[in-house]
Design a protein around this ligand. Structure first.
Ligand code: SF4
Ligand code: FES
Length: 392
């Protein structure tokens, strides 16, 4: 049925972008998007605007076979994400199986559906690490960003704080994640302080990556240059304030830096994504790229997807690169940037990432984004009409 042991892969020579006769190295990480269901509706969500419905999700056995295949392919780490993975009732089974295979397991969660019994069960199953999202240090604003209405009882933000306490009580190492944008970046320092109070070992302060819903809402989310510069100063101040009590990671705003980010550490180089319906993708946003047949973990298998599929080979290595990347000294460090960002701005996924100041399309990142409406669109299962890619 295609879900068993990975098929023996064939050589990749002759496929577009593949270096002739050279096989891709084993992937290090699997990003397992267990579900797109989520109790939150964050405006900055990087999930695709066409979300996968529950009826199309892989079932438990299929996810366990995905993990078997990943281990067989050489994967060492699995990142369980969504949507909200805690909405899968089989999450503990999936974690336990990953640990039996010797995989490092990382859960990326909003924390809202967590209770003490679930936290203990996940720790018992061998979960290695949890990344808990917070939307802001200000509770009212945090719930507004998450699209939550503040009714009677604990707010979404308060439930996240409670989840952090449950996770640390269960002995699980905790990273607090916050996505930064125009509406919260000025409280970056307070978010770092909150992470310390929550007992996190690490806080990741990441400027919004503009894919999916975040791309649709870019006009409402994009920070100003002044906010981005101030964020750098605030991160330095937070590091000085907290010393080595917490590791503070700052994911910079590539669209403001003039440099391209090494997206996924190279296309088909280190990681692969399996979407809720089993689609195997080189990154979280690749499903939007036109003319790219997407392999499936159930019907095609992970090994064939990784080694042989046109999707994974199209932008692998450096042979596909146009100028100025082709002759640039940085091409093996940033891999020409992000294919999805190149597509979103120019309509051509094979273009140099416009975030790079050397790109002939760099001016597009400074053009005002078209706004879909007066307010950001909350993430939901009824997809809006996404803005057309390419220059207006
Ligand atoms: Fe990176 Fe290409 Fe820009 Fe060089 S030209 S810095 S390889 S994106
Ligand atoms: Fe797809 Fe960067 S998100 S290549």
């Amino acid at each position: 049925d295609g879900t068993g042991a990975p098929a023996e892969p064939r050589p990749a020579a002759g496929l577009p972008g593949a270096a002739a006769g050279r096989r891709a190295p084993a992937p290090l990480g699997l990003v397992a998007e267990l579900t797109h269901r989520c109790p939150l509706q964050c405006h900055y969500c990087a999930n695709p605007v066409e979300l996968t419905r529950q009826r199309d999700e892989l079932d438990t056995e299929q996810w366990l076979r995905v993990l078997d295949q990943a281990r067989g392919l050489g994967v060492l780490q699995v990142h369980l994400t969504g949507g909200e993975p805690l909405l899968r009732r089989d999450l503990t089974t999936i974690v336990a199986h990953a640990r039996e295979l010797g995989l490092y397991t990382n859960l990326i969660t909003s924390g809202l559906p967590l209770d003490g019994a679930r936290a203990a069960e996940l720790a018992e199953a061998g979960l290695d690490h949890v990344q808990l999202s917070v939307q802001d240090a200000d509770p009212v604003n945090a719930d507004a960003i998450a699209g939550l209405t503040r009714l009677n009882g604990p707010t979404g933000h308060e439930r996240k704080l409670a989840a952090a306490a449950l996770l640390t009580a269960a002995g699980l190492p905790l990273t607090v994640n916050a996505v930064l944008h125009r509406g919260n970046v000025e409280r970056l320092g307070a978010i770092a302080d909150l992470a310390v109070d929550l007992g996190a070992e690490r806080v990741e302060l990441a400027h919004t990556q503009f894919y999916g819903w975040a791309w649709v809402n870019r006009a409402h989310l994009a920070p100003s240059d002044e906010q981005v510069h101030r964020a750098e100063r605030d991160v330095a101040a937070a590091r000085a304030r907290h010393g080595d009590r917490i590791e503070i990671t700052h994911v910079v705003a590539d669209l403001h830096s003039g440099t391209a980010k090494p997206c996924m550490n190279g296309w088909g180089n280190e990681q692969l994504v399996v979407a809720p319906d089993g689609a195997v993708l080189p990154c979280l946003a690749a499903a939007q790229l036109p003319g790219m047949p997407v392999p499936n973990a159930v019907t095609d298998g992970l090994a064939a997807s990784w080694h042989d599929s046109p999707a994974f080979n199209r932008y692998r290595g450096t042979d596909w690169m146009p100028e100025p990347c082709r002759s640039c000294d940085l091409r093996e460090q940033d891999f020409g940037g992000c294919r999805c960002q190149a597509f979103q701005f120019t309509g051509d996924a094979g273009a140099t990432d416009p975030a790079c100041r050397l790109s002939p399309h760099h001016h597009l990142v400074h053009a005002p984004a078209p706004a879909p409406g007066p307010a950001p669109l909350p993430r939901r299962f009824t997809a809006p009409v996404p803005p057309a890619p390419g220059p207006a």
